[in-house]
Structure formats: structure tokens, C-alpha cells
Design a protein around this ligand. Structure first.
Ligand SMILES: Nc1ncnc2c1ncn2[C@@H]1O[C@H](COP(=O)(O)OP(=O)(O)OP(=O)(O)O)[C@@H](O)[C@H]1O
Ligand SMILES: [Mg+2]
Length: 268
């Protein structure tokens, strides 16, 4: 618990730039509006959980944060900077692909499907981006990758290929791979929902450690226990809007909106 206290002292309320800030964010695919005006704020060091029914726009919103999707209206900031645009006076200029890629380096993303490179061992998967993208030398990259594998409890699996690892182990390698780029923000999109139930705990443990280390995390999850224990904030989304938000314990145990109540009654 002391970690949590230190964390709040590092980033006192009211000071410091939010790690993510969404203002009236809209996103459509063709004629279908999927995000209908999202407003939210993720503070540095916070574990921010997103829950909601299938199709409510959770993945789309995560993808907007690292500019895998372009928003149609509103403003989205990461660490005080507009995502995908540069503002000069009142005018917005779209960033070039290169500039977008540079910014995306700072954001780690972990998906439901782990998407490891199948022809590379665990340690090679973790080394790849620092070597290829940042130009880190292989010896240093391997050393750092080994530390990260140790951190996710897989030092003894460094030489294994993804096909030789369980789903939970693959997901932990995927987390180590994202951390290898030393991101300031980690996005998790249902990281445990493709796993056999007995493998979920190890992945959640790694995420819990990461949270305690002070990492800012936005987590789409159906793991309400994790949200309640580890989350600092929780948002319930439905139909492309934020229906309800607050401290996870409050929202999960005492939801105010009928839609939240009905969703929770199905998943809890
Ligand atoms: N590239 C796309 N083109 C068209 N429609 C899309 C695209 N991506 C998402 N959608 C639609 O946007 C809506 C929201 O999808 P999204 O994946 O964000 O939901 P979700 O809340 O993550 O759902 P789930 O819990 O099932 O993962 C859905 O109706 C989906 O069909
Ligand atoms: Mg999704």
C-alpha cells in the first residue's frame, strides 16, 4: 500500500498534466457513430478501468488514444499533447506518419490476442522494438529484455518460442515486450479474456505489480475483482458514452444508473 501513497504524493491532485484527457471525443465508422462524446481524465500513475457491454466502443476509444483510429470531433490529449495533431493558434495541423509513430513509442499496448512474433523466442520478441526502432545495441537490449522477463516471472522461458508457451505466458511476454520501450502509458484491451481461467491470475499479478510501480494504465477488462482491488478509477461505457464513473468500489457496489446496474448484474 505504501507504493500507492507515494504515488499520490508524487502527483498531488490538481497539479500535473493528465496523462490522458478526452474532451467530447467523437468517432464514426461510415455513418455509424461509435463514440458519441467521451469526456474523461486519467491522472499520472493511475489505474483507469473501462468496462461496458460488447460494442460500446471501449476498444475504439483505446485505439484513438494511440492514434490507431482518428477521431472525428473533440480533443484528445496524451501527457498534455494533442493526439495526431499540432495546434498553432486556433488551427490544427495533422502530424505526419513519422511523427505519429514517434509519439506511439511512448504508449505500450497489450491486446486480447498476444500477437508475438512466432519465429522469435521470448527474449527476441522483447528485444525487437528497442533494437529496430530505438537503435539500442543487441547486448544491452538483451540484458534489459532478460530483466523484464524476470519481472514477469519468465526468465526461465527466455529461449522458448511462442508456440512453446501457454497463453498466459505469451501474454506476460507481450507485457514485457511493451515495457521494453519504456512507455509512459500502458493500454490493455481485455488482456485476460482469451485465457483459460487458471492462467488469468498470473497475468493479473504482473499487472498489479506494474500498477504498484506507478505505471499509468488504462485497462479494458471484465475482471471486476482486479478493477475493484487495483483500479483507482472506473468508467462504465454504453452506446459510445460514459454512463457512470467514479472509484471502482463505489461504482461496482453502488451503481447509480439503471444501465450500470443491469450490466453489473450480468457480469458480477
Ligand atoms: N474498423 C471498424 N469499422 C467499422 N465498424 C467498426 C470498426 N471498429 C469497430 N467498429 C464498430 O464500432 C462499435 C464499437 O466497437 P468496439 O470494438 O470499440 O467495442 P468494444 O466495446 O470494444 O466491444 P467488445 O467488448 O466486444 O470488445 C461496434 O459496433 C463495432 O462493430
Ligand atoms: Mg473490445
Amino acid at each position: 500500500m505504501t507504493d500507492k501513497l507515494d504515488k499520490t504524493q508524487d502527483t498531488p491532485r490538481g497539479s500535473g498534466v493528465p496523462m490522458v484527457k478526452a474532451e467530447d471525443v467523437h468517432k464514426s465508422f461510415g455513418h455509424v457513430e461509435v463514440l458519441k462524446g467521451i469526456d474523461l481524465e486519467v491522472k499520472p500513475g493511475e489505474v483507469f478501468c473501462l468496462i461496458g457491454p460488447s460494442g460500446s466502443g471501449k476498444s475504439t476509444f483505446l485505439r484513438c488514444i494511440n492514434h490507431l483510429e482518428k477521431i472525428n470531433a473533440g480533443r484528445l490529449y496524451v501527457d498534455g499533447e494533442l493526439v495526431g495533431y499540432r495546434q498553432q493558434g486556433e488551427k490544427l495541423y495533422e502530424l505526419r506518419d513519422r511523427e505519429v509513430a514517434m509519439k506511439r513509442r511512448d504508449i505500450g499496448m497489450v491486446f486480447q490476442r498476444f500477437n508475438l512474433f512466432p519465429h522469435m523466442t521470448a527474449v527476441e520478441n522483447v528485444m525487437e522494438a528497442p533494437v529496430q526502432v530505438k537503435g539500442v545495441n543487441r547486448t544491452q537490449a538483451r540484458e534489459h529484455a532478460m530483466q523484464l522477463l524476470e519481472r514477469v516471472g519468465l526468465a526461465d522461458r527466455a529461449g522458448h518460442y511462442p508456440s512453446q508457451l501457454s497463453g498466459g505466458q505469451q501474454q506476460r511476454v507481450a507485457i514485457a515486450r511493451a515495457l521494453a520501450m519504456e512507455p509512459k502509458l500502458m493500454l490493455f484491451d481485455e488482456p485476460t479474456s482469451a485465457l483459460d481461467p487458471e492462467l488469468v491470475g498470473d497475468v493479473l499479478d504482473v499487472m498489479r505489480d506494474l500498477a504498484e510501480s506507478g505505471m499509468t494504465m488504462v485497462v479494458v477488462t471484465h475482471e471486476m475483482g482486479f478493477a475493484r482491488e487495483v483500479g483507482d478509477s472506473l468508467v462504465f461505457m454504453d452506446g459510445g458514452v460514459v454512463v457512470e464513473s467514479g472509484h471502482p468500489r463505489d461504482v461496482l457496489t453502488n451503481p447509480q444508473h439503471e444501465r450500470t446496474q443491469s450490466f453489473l448484474s450480468k457480469v458480477l
